[in-house]
Design a protein around this ligand. Structure first.
Ligand code: ADP
Length: 337
């Protein structure tokens, strides 16, 4: 479990699976925050917990790093029951990102990012190098930002520092509680985009809590929809959740415009009608065949046309009509996510 350098060329070696087995939490006043909750998160996946306020999302998240002690059940990280472990020691191996970040105001950014490595006893030089490496990774040039203090950064930059700090000691898993909700919607979209790129590099196992279905669809490999008392209504990849909600309750929760959201997570390829490479396609807008149905729709709307050219490696490979976007069978949408 020693920290290893993040390897840009492949998955980090230390992602671990998370298994929650029948966990529950009853508070001393008798409130059953979570009744009986089970979930499996594969190593390297990002699982989203979503549901109405008060349904137990944060309680579940905090049971994983034992900020809250479960009343019952088992929590396994890579098959090991973490309820046997010392909670303080455990938390050094679990990254935790919260809404208002919680940076230490009187420490500079480099020291903030180096918090856990320092606690783990890394020497100064290694800690500072690691902090700078992480700042680089989250898009903050260390020569510019490492010596600043938290109040000298924007909200979005502080959020990036929070992510860098959570990743600094190469944690086994990362827990994120409404990580992007404190920033304005434009900065939020950019942070989400950057975060997805970062996750493609570090491939951590992540559990993220949000109340924003768009964020869930955008970020999640799988989404768990919860109801009061931590009752799990559905746990599925975004496209499946949007195209096949298991109940009216889930359908209502994911929203009336889920048709559009589904386009955004469904690959374009099944909608492409192949053409000869030599066919004339001049003048028509094009989209990359590796994109989504939504990319094609956006290109059509932008140019006020009903057909676009799908290109692969810059060469035309087919045509996509507006009707075809809505004809992609839901099974395809589900299978390809
Ligand atoms: P969410 O994150 O989904 O908004 P929480 O996990 O914060 O929900 O809370 C779940 C339920 O547990 C809520 O009804 C909340 O009021 C209750 N709760 C949370 N913390 C405590 C506590 N310390 N004592 C009693 N009830 C609590």
């Amino acid at each position: 479990m020693d920290a290893t350098a993040i390897n840009e060329s492949g998955p980090a070696p230390s992602a671990a699976s998370i298994t929650l087995e029948n966990i529950g939490k009853t508070y001393p006043d008798g409130t059953v925050a979570v009744g009986d909750f089970s979930l499996e998160v594969r190593a390297g996946d990002l699982a989203v917990l979503i549901g109405p306020s008060g349904c137990g999302k944060s309680t579940i998240l905090r049971m994983i790093n034992r900020l809250i002690e479960p009343s019952g059940g088992r929590i396994l990280i890579d098959g090991q029951n973490i309820l046997d472990r010392n909670p303080v020691e455990l938390r050094r191996h679990i990254g935790y990102v919260i809404q208002n970040v919680g940076l230490f105001p009187h420490q500079n950014i480099r020291a903030n990012v180096g918090t856990v490595p320092k606690l783990l006893g890394w020497d100064r030089k290694r800690t500072a190098e690691r902090a700078d490496e992480l700042l680089e990774l989250v898009g903050l040039d260390p020569s510019r930002y490492a010596k600043r203090y938290p109040h000298e950064l924007s909200g979005g930059q502080r959020q990036r520092v929070g992510v860098a700090r959570a990743l600094a000691a190469d944690p086994l898993v990362l827990l994120m509680d409404e990580p992007f909700s404190a920033v304005d919607p434009i900065a939020r979209g950019r942070l989400q985009e950057e975060f997805l790129k970062l996750q493609a590099t570090v491939r951590k196992t992540i559990v993220l809590v949000t109340h924003d279905i768009d964020e869930a669809v955008r970020l999640g490999d799988k989404i768990a929809v919860l109801a009061e008392g931590g009752r799990l209504l559905q746990y599925a990849p975004p496209a499946e959740l949007l195209s096949r909600p298991v109940s009216a309750a889930v359908g209502d929760f994911v929203g009336a415009d889920r048709g559009i959201r589904r386009l955004a997570v469904t690959p374009l390829r099944p909608a492409v009608r192949p053409i000869e490479a030599s066919a004339a396609t001049d003048g028509r807008p094009s989209v990359d065949v590796g994109g989504t149905l939504y990319d094609a729709l956006a290109a059509m709307l932008a140019s006020d046309v009903t057909e676009v050219v799908a290109v692969e490696d810059g060469k035309p490979v087919g045509l996509v009509s507006r009707a075809a976007l809505f004809d992609v069978p839901k099974e395809d949408a589900q299978a390809s996510v």
